[in-house]
Design a protein around this ligand. Structure first.
Ligand SMILES: *[C@@H]1O[C@H](CO)[C@@H](O)[C@H](O)[C@H]1NC(C)=O
Ligand SMILES: *[C@@H]1O[C@H](CO)[C@@H](O)[C@H](O)[C@H]1NC(C)=O
Ligand SMILES: *[C@@H]1O[C@H](CO)[C@@H](O)[C@H](O)[C@H]1NC(C)=O
Length: 554
């Protein structure tokens, strides 16, 4: 080989190496900061509650006593309801089904009042919504996915007592627990399958955290710990409850500063992604609570004094022998924000206000800017500011993750009734999508596509799942993870039963007879780690998730 040829080869080698580096830098640059898109100018109602089901439809509802909405009930029907506080004969709808694949929607028929209610999905994917106000306060309503002619089924007197501002969580045994609510210092279960589940269980913690005239402990933040107990946070502190024996097994310290974080001083909270699931009880379980309103904010807002919201987050290891809250500062203050777990394991903080409190007319200074929190970064470099939206998402706004990785954002109605004009922050009927940076076109080549399992596959506890996927450009094989996310019920700044499991996986191998890769992962080992039901499963490469597939864990 001549000397010149050598040089030429060396030159080409470095040239291509350089191209690779440029490409790498481009694809991993941090310039992508998320994009907003208006999906619907009006879905006719204000999205106060949202749940994604495993047919990719989103069930959305507000309250029946808002007065007329901007969408008619199907087939010229009207509700003739002498109990309705706003309108006795109402021919408009207060619930819609939104198809996230086709971006279309149609009205649903809900008869009794769903105001400030709660929900969860059952192991078979059916949505169970509980309580509300007035004639709806003891009603359980169900909605079945994949049923073209379906509508709400309303079951009167299924709750033992009235439930308004409660929190629900799906349980390991397939039931749903319904906790607290206004003047409800107790919990109960649905469905009531056993004798014990016909009982009402007292929870003094909810009375202890209830402040006169202010409450500050509604819509408690509830998470299922991997030991089977429930972590329940209300106001400014938490307990660990063995709900099967009605025993408080642990109490946690008050968040430093002592300011309230639950309704109406609504911050938000998530259980951080769960890893090392095969180690069982050695899994590190952490809760992160961000924002809220300082003590006194709610009462002051009634006299038009809007105090700045809290700008702190508090993070705690709930199975640490000596748990303490680690405090961090957000780039901006926020009350009524929503915290959503992204398929990549990062946390999105979105919606809300910079001052005031939850409640009619009590919030000011909409926060248009979402923030992404990277839980694994070192302290001080965890928050990443995103592109701002343009629509205020104040009291009664919502956000949920869709299977393709976008965030569906809707709602906002800080008024007692529907007011579309001539008010500060008019009743908002629009739906938007926020696309996190991982959906940036720059990252398309890094994005995995799952080939198998096919959507709606059954997966069994503790079994190996073979996941096959393609990727245009695998730059980082060791970054591959497989995650499973339970789609939550979102309302009032809290996403009930939200959890993300990072499954333990093998290193991906390239399959010789195709362009596919395969990783093997271990399905969650127990129902305490992941209650039975439908989850979205994602392959994540270099922090870029695939579109999810639905899996049925049972
Ligand atoms: C209500 O719907 C009509 C069309 O159905 C639309 O023209 C109007 O702008 C909507 N009003 C609001 C407040 O969105
Ligand atoms: C889902 O489970 C609930 C509770 O067991 C049951 O009432 C309902 O009929 C089930 N739905 C389907 C479609 O099987
Ligand atoms: C808000 O809507 C209600 C009911 O339609 C109406 O009575 C009230 O005047 C409206 N408020 C404003 C400021 O337009």
């Amino acid at each position: 080989m001549s000397h010149n040829l050598h040089l030429l080869l060396l030159f080409f080698f470095f040239f291509f190496f350089f191209l690779l580096l440029v490409q790498l830098a481009r694809s991993t640059s941090t310039t992508a900061i998320g994009q907003w898109q208006l999906l619907q100018e009006s879905i006719g109602i204000s999205a106060m509650h949202m749940q994604l089901l495993h047919d990719d439809r989103v069930i959305i509802f507000d309250r029946t006593d808002f007065g007329p909405s901007n969408i008619s009930l199907p087939n010229g029907q009207c509700r003739d309801n002498p109990h309705d506080l706003a309108l006795k004969i109402d021919c408009t709808a207060h619930s819609v089904e939104y198809n996230s694949l086709s971006n279309t929607f149609h009205p649903l028929n809900v008869l009794t009042d769903t105001w400030c209610s709660s929900g969860a999905t059952l192991p078979n994917g059916t949505l169970v919504q509980t309580g509300g106000f007035n004639d709806g306060e003891r009603v359980v309503r169900t909605y079945q996915p994949f049923c073209e002619v379906c509508d709400w089924v309303e079951l009167p007197n299924k709750l033992l007592i009235r439930r308004w501002y409660s929190t629900n969580h799906a349980l390991p045994d397939g039931r749903v627990i319904v906790i607290g609510g206004r003047r409800a210092f107790n919990y109960e279960f649905y469905p009531k399958t056993t004798t014990r589940s016909f009982q009402l269980y007292k929870l003094p913690f909810l009375a202890q955290t209830n402040e006169p005239h202010v409450e500050n402990n509604l819509y408690p933040f509830v998470f299922l710990h991997v030991d089977g107990n429930l972590f329940i946070f209300a106001n400014n502190r938490a307990i660990l409850l063995d709900y099967t024996r009605n025993i408080v097994v642990r109490t946690y310290p008050t968040i430093p500063g002592g300011d309230p974080r639950t309704y109406p001083s609504s911050g938000s909270a998530v259980l951080l992604p769960l890893r090392n699931l095969e180690l069982g009880l050695n899994v590190e379980v952490e809760v992160l609570i961000c924002g809220g309103a300082p003590s006194g904010s709610y009462l002051k807002a009634h006299s038009r004094q809007f105090l700045p919201a809290l700008d702190t987050c508090a993070r705690i290891k709930i199975n640490d022998p000596n748990p303490t809250w680690a405090m961090e500062s957000m780039p901006m203050a926020r009350v009524m924000g929503d915290m959503l777990i992204l398929p990549s394991g990062d946390i999105l903080i979105i919606n809300g206000a910079g001052s005031g409190s939850a409640g009619w007319e009590l919030g000011r200074d909409p926060v248009f800017t979402p923030v992404i929190y990277h839980p694994d970064n070192v302290l001080g470099s965890r928050f990443e500011i995103q592109n701002s939206g343009q629509i205020p998402r104040m009291y009664h706004s919502t956000a949920i993750l869709l299977r393709d990785g976008r965030i569906l954002v809707g709602g906002s109605n800080p008024h007692k009734l529907n007011n579309f004009t001539n008010v500060l922050y008019p009743t908002e009927l629009s739906l938007e999508a926020f696309s996190p940076p991982y959906l940036d076109p720059n990252k398309r080549e890094l994005r995995p596509t799952i080939k198998t399992p096919v959507s709606s596959s059954k997966i069994q506890y503790g079994k190996i799942i073979e996941v096959k996927f393609t990727i245009t450009w695998l730059i980082d094989p060791f970054s591959i993870t497989v995650t499973m996310l339970r789609p939550p019920f979102n309302t009032h700044s809290f996403s009930m039963t939200q959890r993300l499991l990072v499954l333990t996986n093998t290193t991906p191998v390239m399959l010789t007879d195709s362009d596919q890769f395969q990783v093997n992962v271990m399905a969650p080992g127990s129902t305490n780690i992941a209650p039975p039901g439908f989850y979205m499963l994602f392959v994540v490469h270099h922090n870029v998730p695939s579109t999810g597939i639905w899996v049925h864990l049972m």
